[in-house]
Design a protein. Structure first.
Length: 75
């Protein structure tokens, strides 16, 4: 169970990624954030951002056009 949930459903690129970054900036290392997005670009953008950051992608899934990511906040 994630510590926080960010529902970015209905938002278009680049807003899901920007809101994810802002939310992670307000979290403590070790906390987990669940992101829900419906923009297909999120499936590419969020994992690409995480590879360049101190944060870790814990899980990633897609069901009926809904993308879910669980991210562990890094230090």
């Amino acid at each position: 169970m994630a510590d926080r949930t960010l529902d970015a459903s209905g938002l278009r690129c680049p807003m899901p990624l920007l809101k994810t970054k802002l939310e992670l900036n307000s979290m403590s290392p070790g906390q987990e954030l669940e992101v829900i997005a419906t923009d297909a670009g999120s499936a590419r953008d969020i994992p690409a951002f995480l590879k360049l950051s101190s944060h870790t992608l814990v899980t990633e899934s897609e069901l009926n056009g809904e993308y879910r990511f669980v991210i562990k906040c890094g230090g």
